[in-house]
Design a protein around this ligand. Structure first.
Ligand SMILES: *[C@@H]1O[C@H](CO)[C@@H](O)[C@H](O)[C@H]1NC(C)=O
Length: 188
């Protein structure tokens, strides 16, 4: 290699480095502060609990309302907005622990396969005001459906995990469903 090409390579390297530094410097516009993680990581917990989710389209007012009409006879395309009660036991009259707020949509053309997008908003004790966010695929007639917990707030800040949903009760006539949710969640 000639001295010239070595010098050329060197100046390109320096130039690239300068460009890179400039880009990294650009991030300081955010006043970004790096926090220490090690102390938080030590406090990580894995919690498991079980609650019941009640989808009641026929109550007055209903807890689950179709907001988008289906596009095919199979129901594909329908979207329901929900504000469903969450209780400790399977009976609607058992202790209320919060609400499941969000929506689900019929996302499969072949089966009753829902996209669930909802926040479990807790209203009891030290969990009052905390939430976990569930986003996943729910094939309603499967015995067990697993869906990811993708985040949380309050006591469930940094949450991740999964839920297992099992239908406890489904009334074909009214469409009312009670579903048992077992929640496994890592949080701090
Ligand atoms: C939960 O928090 C709300 C708002 O801060 C408060 O009004 C309510 O009384 C609390 N409920 C319980 C059961 O602590």
């Amino acid at each position: 290699m000639s001295t010239f090409s070595i010098l050329l390579a060197l100046s390109i390297t320096i130039l690239l480095h300068l460009v890179q530094c400039h880009i990294i410097d650009g991030h300081s516009d955010l006043n970004l502060v790096e926090l220490k993680l090690d102390q938080i990581a030590l406090k990580q917990k894995l919690s498991r609990f079980r609650i019941y989710w009640h989808d009641i389209p026929t109550r007055n007012p209903p807890s689950s309302i179709p907001i988008v009409k289906p596009v095919t006879k199979t129901g594909f395309g329908q979207v329901n907005m929900i504000d469903n009660p969450l209780t400790l036991g399977p009976e609607l009259s058992s202790k209320a622990v919060g609400k499941a707020q969000g929506f689900y949509g019929m996302a499969s053309q072949e089966e009753l396969g829902l996209l669930m997008a909802m926040n479990f908003f807790f209203t009891t004790g030290k969990y009052n005001g905390s939430t976990i966010t569930i986003l996943g695929r729910n094939v309603v007639f499967d015995r067990v459906r697993e869906m990811p917990v993708i985040g949380g707030s309050g006591l469930f800040r940094w949450a991740r995990g999964y839920v297992q949903a099992r239908t406890h009760d489904f009334d074909l006539k009214s469409g009312a469903a009670t579903v048992e949710y077992t929640i496994y969640v890592m949080h701090y």
